[in-house]
Design a binder for this molecule. Structure first.
Ligand code: TXA
Ligand code: MG
Length: 320
């Protein structure tokens, strides 16, 4: 199959209408989209990604007012969060209606809904009469794509069209939340920070540590992983421990000068966590394509988007 990259919304809509897949830009990462109401189309997502079907997908809609088309109820706290952060990097897990096929939800009775904040994809959604199921557009377990080029590198030949919306401005996936017993529960850290959530709804509960049978499969321990082993810690300590290896370094703001460093990425010299998040996955790809034996990554500050960055780095460091 030939993969075309372009900015043609009509063509994207046509392909999606006919049950094909299209890679779509969002503010977080690129998604691999299909008509969420068409079981056969959604099945192609799992085949193309090599993703296990127990792992449920996010359903993207044009407007938070559409949540009630696909969810049985929308708790007050979700409405409040949606008013503050949608369109934007937040996903709501809600009790599903029967119009959402089981293949989308891994057979479960909840559906994850999100309004992406990207002009091309919002235009596309406005033109469709169905929502879009879309996981990140990467092979299962690998680093998420934040540029049309990344999608092409990995899914080229497997999908007909990549809607090119440039570089993703947030750069890490959405924050996944639900409401349980009147409380906001966070399943995955992401583009909306805990501090921002707390400003709107007060206290929140974290349930982000996965095991073999996670509630939310983004909690799988090894994920977002480069092919070269990645070690996470204090850079000074790591450089001592791995002094005999050829290494690639991922740091927040600082340069290091050891002779065994053969590649490096500094995510934000000005120490801005939003910029660091935006640069994270591109940097990991670059370092993964170096000839290093190991990637050494520095642990980020434990606040704001630093928490989501550390979460991704921990999963990248986890062994399969
Ligand atoms: O930013 C994003 O969320 C991107 C863009 C494309 O929207 N999408 C994305 O999709 O990251 P994916 O499939 O890579 O991650 C979806 C996350 C997973 O952690 C999944 O387990 C969780 O959402 N999820 C989906 N449906 C769920 C459900 N019903 N209950 C709990 N977690 C769910
Ligand atoms: Mg993903």
């Amino acid at each position: 199959m030939q993969t075309i990259t372009g900015t043609d919304i009509n063509k994207s809509a046509e392909l999606l209408n006919s049950g094909s897949l299209v890679a779509i830009p969002t503010e977080t990462v690129y998604g691999l989209a299909a008509n969420a109401l068409n079981q056969d189309a959604v099945l192609k997502i799992f085949e193309t990604k090599g993703r296990p079907t127990f792992n449920p997908l996010i359903v993207h809609v044009h407007d938070a007012n559409e949540f009630l088309k696909y969810a049985v109820e929308v708790p007050e706290l979700v409405t409040k969060l949606a008013q503050s952060f949608s369109p934007g990097p937040i996903t709501f897990v809600l009790p599903k209606k029967n119009n959402i096929p089981d293949i989308v939800t891994g057979g479960g009775d909840t559906v994850a809904l999100r309004v992406p904040d990207h002009p091309l994809t919002l235009k596309l959604l406005a033109q469709l009469d169905f929502p879009l199921a879309a996981p990140s557009a990467n092979p299962f377990g690998y680093i998420s794509p934040v540029d049309a080029r990344h999608v092409k590198d990995q899914l080229g030949g497997k999908i007909p069209y990549i809607l090119d919306g440039g570089q993703c401005m947030i750069g890490i996936e959405s924050t996944v939340v639900t409401v349980l017993s009147g409380k906001v529960v966070v399943y995955r850290l992401g583009g909306v920070s805990l501090e921002d959530l707390k400003d709107v709804v007060g206290d929140v509960e974290l349930r982000i540590h996965g095991d073999a049978n996670p509630v939310s499969p983004g909690q799988l321990k090894s994920h977002y992983a480069p092919t070269i082993p990645l070690k996470l810690g204090r850079m000074k300590d790591l450089l001592i421990e791995f002094a005999s290896k050829k290494v690639a370094c991922l740091t927040f703001s600082q340069n290091y000068f050891e002779e065994n460093i053969i590649a490096e990425s500094i995510l934000s010299p000005g120490r801005d966590l939003h910029i660091a998040a935006r640069n994270l996955f591109t940097a990991l790809r670059k370092l993964d394509n170096s000839n290093a034996e190991l990637i050494l990554a520095e642990r980020f500050p434990e606040y704001g988007l630093g928490l989501a960055i550390n979460d991704r780095l921990e999963r990248a460091a986890a062994e399969n």
